[in-house]
Ligand binder design. Structure first.
Ligand code: IPM
Ligand code: MN
Length: 334
């Protein structure tokens, strides 16, 4: 029927409500997407957390998935499902644009930067053990292969979106070997992209400078190892109003998963209070990734128009609208 199948992981807590907004807005916009619901409730197989095979098959078949929040256990239990998904599909680049929303005031105006986070290794390798009682070792794994892969992606991405400046963010001053390898690889990859300017910055300095004045980062794509990207992307989200407003895409060679980075907010789940913007903006990144630019632009303009008006916005943004009222306002703009 000329439609693209996309796997939909609605997620926990507020996941189903915000997914409903995406579905309603997409169908009102005539976006040629057919959703294939996918259940990723973990199964334990041979002591390992795995996701059901049908779900893996669905995502592999469809190449793209949209994902709501999945609850992550803290300090115990199974490996985070979010991480399992990234690993299962080798989603090596995590793209996190951070752009101020017109109409939503924060102390920072006109933020418009992009973070690209290595998404498969670093401190997220999950290699930890007790050496002796009271002494624990966690391995930070950095390989040239994974570094090069995400760096090449970042340079290409920078060229493609017309921000031909890449900055590697690192801590090679201290992590001389691991971050040193990442930084050396960045310098090597830079040679293959003569049209992209390259420089580097130490992470703590990036944080200081960004919260002081983020505008010098507007023409840049920042690329960094996994944990730094996790932390810095939350900080950047803070500059524009929080995780309710920032999209994210996990990109791999075989498939890609677009997701909201915020949590499942169990305290407000099922009450129709959740803000679906982050998942919506992620779904727009997904449309762009699929080459469906017209639908992406149309939906994006409608969302930005509603946010700019500031009348029908959810409680987290200072409004009184229910999730579905916000979605309906977006649909009216379409
Ligand atoms: C993120 C999240 C995840 C991470 C959690 C939920 C595993 O914080 O996507 O940034 O740490 O990567
Ligand atoms: Mn995070």
């Amino acid at each position: 029927d000329g439609k693209y199948l996309v796997s939909l992981i609605e997620g926990d807590g507020i996941g189903p409500e915000i997914s409903q907004s995406v579905k309603d807005i997409f169908s009102a916009a005539g976006a040629p997407i057919k959703w294939e619901p996918v259940d990723v409730t973990p199964q334990l197989r041979d002591g390992k957390t795995v996701i059901p095979q049908e779900s893996i098959d669905s995502i592999t078949r469809n190449y793209v998935a949209l994902k709501g929040p999945l609850a992550t256990p803290i300090g115990k239990g199974h490996v985070s499902l979010n991480l399992t998904l990234r690993r299962t599909f080798n989603l090596f680049a995590n793209v996190r644009p951070c752009k101020s929303i017109q109409g939503y005031k924060t102390p920072y105006d006109g933020v418009d930067t992009v973070l690209i986070r290595e998404n498969t290794e670093g401190e997220y390798s999950g290699i930890e053990h007790v050496v002796v009682d009271g002494v624990v070792q966690s391995i930070k794994l950095i390989t040239r292969q994974a570094s090069e892969r995400v760096l090449r992606f970042a340079f290409q991405y920078a060229e493609d979106i017309g921000k031909p400046k890449v900055r590697a963010v690192h801590k090679a001053t201290i992590m001389k070997m691991s971050d040193g390898l990442f930084l050396r690889t960045a310098r090597e990859v830079a040679k293959d992209f003569p049209n992209v300017e390259f420089d580097s910055e130490v992470l703590d300095n990036s944080c200081l400078k960004m919260v002081t004045d983020p505008t010098p980062y507007n023409d840049k794509v920042l690329v960094m190892p996994n944990l730094y990207g996790d932390i810095l992307s939350d900080m950047c989200a803070g500059l524009i109003g929080g995780l309710g407003l920032t999209p994210s895409g996990n990109i791999g060679d075989e498939c890609s998963i677009f997701e909201a980075v915020h949590g499942s907010a169990p305290d407000i789940a099922g009450k129709g209070l959740a803000n679906p913007t982050a998942l919506l903006l992620s779904s727009i990144m997904m449309l762009q990734h699929m080459g469906l630019y017209e639908h992406a632009n149309k939906i994006q303009s409608a969302i930005f128009a509603v946010l700019a008006e500031g009348k029908t916005i959810t409680g987290d943004l200072g409004g009184k609208a229910k999730t579905h009222e916000y979605a309906e306002a977006v649909i009216k703009k379409l």
